[in-house]
Design a protein around this ligand. Structure first.
Ligand code: FAS
Ligand code: PHB
Length: 389
């Protein structure tokens, strides 16, 4: 097989990139390890920046977003029992949209056939060959047979644990990482949200987040120790904690219901600055990870592929290599600002095991400053809606 652009991974990065290239008539094939239903079944991001929604509108794959997306003009921080509203619309003129990664992925898959975006599911043992040579190709097994896919370029959209970063020689990798000594225990349930906007709460027991997917489906998280196990958390215990945390803050009470999904995700800040190696490029979680506190993960994947698709289109349309040459520096400029904001909000809103009473007073003092400072609220708001491309 041969294509112009071979993409590894059918997550948000790979799917958005594939559609953006196909919209310009550029041949590409996505090679995905899992089944479509497995990918669609993942419960992940919930908040889309304009950068991401603009791509869906540009592609015309926005019917679900337009029908079900919840436009949010503000969100809330909480210092214990004090709600601090960040009025995004008034401070920035912008907004975010609550629309789940699950739903977005579903929409991108559904649009693939009529747009000639080929996705090879259940591709095992994907390997990258000759990435820094003239003839890069992928090898993989699928339906019991070995396959080779030759391409002009290989794009690693294979997430944090995929093979693309590992195809870059260790000596060429420039990596930065911060791991956190806690994770997020999340629950998804078909119950009405406790508040019309998101609430990020810092309290004596640490962080909690009240989010949603629609007016009838809620998504909650609480901070748990990294040693935390799902079996330590019967649903009733989690609902008790959520009720205690949000009762003083939310407009409505926390409505309980059976979990559609419960999971614990570790938190990490990570950047691989080597986003190009010859004809191999990295995009999305393959190149960077942020703690979900700032709702940046999926949105950074979108900005990476916005830059990369423009660069590939310039290459094929005009023989202009400047976009490809400049991709890494351009993407990193936005990545690092999002990493900073996500780290800042994580530091501000979580209980760190090494922190004592002084550090907790510092968090409260910062939140009280945010509560009274339009300048601080504006800075938080403009980062939350996503910095411009
Ligand atoms: P993804 O990981 O989504 O996709 C990579 C794809 O590559 C997957 O489909 C995978 O199956 C495939 N792949 C991997 N190895 C392969 C191989 N060897 N061969 C072929 N295919 C391979 N972000 C937010 O903004 N808000 C959140 O609330 C949030 N919550 C999260 C919760 C969890 C548990 C996790 C893990 C992440 C969360 N994120 C969140 C971040 C997440 O949404 C990512 O930023 C987003 O999925 C990035 O998209 P991709 O870069 O496409 O990577
Ligand atoms: C979610 O709804 O899953 C969500 C929202 C905002 C975040 C993280 C997760 O910062």
């Amino acid at each position: 097989m041969r294509t112009q652009v071979a993409i590894i991974g059918a997550g948000p990065a790979g799917l958005l990139l594939g559609h953006l290239l196909r919209a310009e008539g550029i041949d590409c094939v996505i090679v995905e390890r899992q089944t479509r239903s497995h990918v669609e079944g993942r419960i992940r991001a919930g908040v889309l920046e304009t950068v991401t929604t603009d791509l869906l509108h540009r592609l015309g794959i926005d019917a679900g977003l337009n029908a079900e997306g919840l436009v949010e003009d503000g969100f809330n921080l909480a210092d214990h029992d004090q709600l601090i509203r960040i009025d995004i619309a008034r401070l920035t003129g912008g907004h975010v949209v609550v629309y789940g990664q699950t739903e977005m992925t579903r929409d991108l898959f559904a649009a693939a056939p009529e747009r000639g975006l080929e996705i090879l599911f259940e591709a095992a043992d994907v390997r990258i060959h000759d990435a820094d040579g003239a003839g890069p190709f992928l090898s993989f097994t699928r339906e019991g047979a070995g396959h080779r896919l030759d391409a002009d370029f290989i794009i690693g959209c294979d997430g944090f644990h995929g093979p693309s970063r590992k195809a870059i020689p260790a000596a060429a990798l420039r990596e930065y990482e911060r791991q956190y000594a806690f994770g997020w225990l999340g629950i998804l349930a078909d119950v009405p949200p406790c508040h019309p906007e998101l609430i990020y709460a810092n309290g004596a027991a640490g962080f909690a987040l009240a989010s949603m997917r629609s007016t009838t489906r809620s998504r909650y998280y609480i901070q748990v120790p990294l040693s935390g196990r799902l079996e330590d958390w019967p649903e009733a215990r989690l609902w008790d904690v959520l009720e205690a945390r949000f009762a003083p803050l939310a407009e409505q009470g926390v409505v309980r219901g059976p979990a559609l999904e419960m999971s614990i995700a570790p938190l990490r800040s990570y950047v691989c600055e080597t986003m190009r190696h010859g004809r191999l490029f990295l995009a999305g979680d393959a190149a960077h990870i942020v703690p979900p506190t700032g709702a940046k993960g999926l949105n950074l994947a979108a900005s990476d592929v916005a830059y990369l698709s423009d660069a590939l289109i310039d290459h094929y349309r005009r023989g202009d290599e400047s976009g490809l040459t400049g991709y890494q520096a351009k993407a990193l400029a936005r990545i690092w600002k999002a990493e900073r904001f996500s780290w800042y909000l994580t530091k501000l809103m979580h209980r760190f095991p090494e922190d004592g009473p002084f550090e907790q007073r510092m968090q409260s003092a910062e939140l009280q400053y945010v509560a009274r400072s339009e300048a601080m609220q504006t800075a938080i708001a403009e980062n939350y809606i996503g910095l411009p491309l």
